[in-house]
Write a protein that binds this ligand. Structure first.
Ligand code: 4AD
Ligand code: MG
Length: 429
């Protein structure tokens, strides 16, 4: 019976078939230990000269890394083997004997691995990251689905910018210039008026001009938007969602976190409440370590790192100065220089994971902001309509998926959190 390696424990004492690839091999003359992977796990299998056909022993002797194969064998408990079981091989069929697999089982530089990403994905660590990525996506969706949100995805090709005009990717659209979306938010605001609680979840694009550990040019964003929800409620929602994601990963992806050598006590501490501080307070924290930072400036990666290191949980920073935030941010009715905005800065130096806030809901004010930001009015006409026909207080946020994965897996660079990363200067493979 063909089974997945992840289910092997249920088949102790039984004969099973595994279809996969050779991950690695150890030999001691009379016995070969083949490490076989099938995408769900890795199992040690044994071929010993005394117990097997010479022909099979010979194949096991010569089989190479990443050869594709089908084996049958007996599942045996073995506390020394990783996973607690091993397979005693009875038959071994090679589908293809691989020659010169480029990624040998030793340390390689990132420059060597990146162009080989299509193969590098097969390694144990990369598989663990992708499996955790899947779990995080599922947790995000489950969280909103279970709370009555409607998934209403937004277009990738758009006529207007959301997050400033400097990071747009232009696309020729039958002779007109359109852009790859930077965020689904503006469309989310329309669907929120139709469906009250919505989210979109898809790829977003930014022509980032700098190379950092936190920036991709194509990344995935989860964006909820809620009618009649104001700043405090938006922060509550982001907090509940973050706690839920961590809980699910801890519950369901222990093995993978172990492979990544993630210190899970840090994740176990991610419980409510998260600290909530104003931008003003965050500036005080930054200035204790960096006197050069001026009140009113936007935080860059080093400043976010200082803020994040002051807390062992994610921290919400709210009420940023309006002039450093996007045109759609609603202003604080008590102080017009401040916006009803919030960012969630992740712990352990991971920087901004979430950005969001309450949206400007007054027609005249929004039109004024569009002009102040030197944006063309025409592409936003429909967006202004939302303020004309039953305007309503509302808000939401965007969670950067890859940064969240990097934090949970404790990986230093976001390029390992997506199967085929797109960064400044790299679009291969
Ligand atoms: O803070 P941002 O720009 O917010 C928005 O786009 C809002 N319109 C979202 C909303 O309110 N619906 O981006 C949201 C998050 C950031 O906090 C960050 O985690 C991630 O998206 N992000 C990136 N991740 C990887 N590479 C990049 N270049 C990113 N830019 C933003
Ligand atoms: Mg932001």
């Amino acid at each position: 019976m063909h089974i997945a390696i992840e289910n092997i424990a249920h088949y102790e004492g039984k004969e099973v078939t595994i279809k996969g690839w050779l991950y690695n091999k150890r030999s001691s003359g009379k016995v070969h230990f083949l490490l076989i992977r099938d995408g769900t796990g890795i199992i040690q299998s044994v071929v010993s000269r005394d117990e097997i056909d010479d022909k099979i022993f010979e194949i096991a002797d010569t089989i190479t890394q990443e050869s594709s194969l089908i084996i049958t064998g007996l599942v045996r408990k073995d506390t020394r083997a990783a996973g607690g079981h091993e397979l005693v091989i009875k038959t071994l069929q090679v589908i293809q004997m691989t020659q010169d697999y480029p990624i040998t089982p030793k340390e390689h530089s990132i420059e060597f691995l990146l162009p080989l990403r299509h193969l590098w994905l097969r390694s144990k660590k990369q598989v663990a990251i992708m499996r955790i990525r899947h779990e995080i996506i599922k947790a995000c969706r489950d969280f909103f689905d279970d709370r009555g949100f409607i998934n209403a995805d937004t277009p990738i090709l758009t006529p207007a910018s959301v997050e400033g005009t400097t990071t747009l990717f232009p696309v020729d659209y039958y002779g007109d210039t359109v852009y790859l979306t930077q965020s689904g938010q503006l469309y989310n605001e329309a669907t929120a008026a139709a469906l009250a609680k919505v989210y979109c979840f898809g790829p977003t694009f930014r022509a980032e001009k700098s190379k950092t550990r936190r920036h991709l040019t194509e990344f995935w964003m989860l964006e909820p938007e809620v009618a009649y929800l104001e700043l405090d409620g938006i922060i509550d929602l982001a907090e509940d969602m973050t706690v839920y994601i961590i809980e699910q990963v801890l519950k369901r992806k222990k093995e993978e976190l172990k492979i990544l050598e993630r210190d899970i006590t840090k994740l176990e501490g991610i419980k409510k409440p998260f600290p909530r501080i104003t931008y003003k307070k965050a500036v005080e924290i930054v200035r204790k370590k960096n006197r050069a930072f001026k009140h009113g400036d936007d935080f860059g990666a080093p400043h976010e790192t200082i803020i994040s290191e002051s807390f062992d949980k994610p921290v919400f920073v709210h009420h940023y100065p309006a002039h450093i935030k996007a045109f759609y941010m609603k202003r604080d009715p008590k102080d017009d220089s401040l916006s009803l905005s919030v960012d969630m800065i992740g712990p352990e130096g991971y920087g901004e994971l979430i950005g969001g806030g309450q949206r400007e809901d007054d027609y005249d004010t929004l039109l004024k902001r569009i002009k102040e930001h030197n944006l063309a009015e025409e592409p936003y006409k429909w967006y202004l309509d939302l303020r004309k026909f039953g305007t309503f207080p509302h808000g939401g946020f965007g969670l950067g998926l890859e940064r969240t994965i990097a934090w949970i897996c404790k990986i230093s660079h976001v390029r390992e959190t997506i199967s085929f990363p797109r960064t400044l200067g790299r679009i291969y493979p």
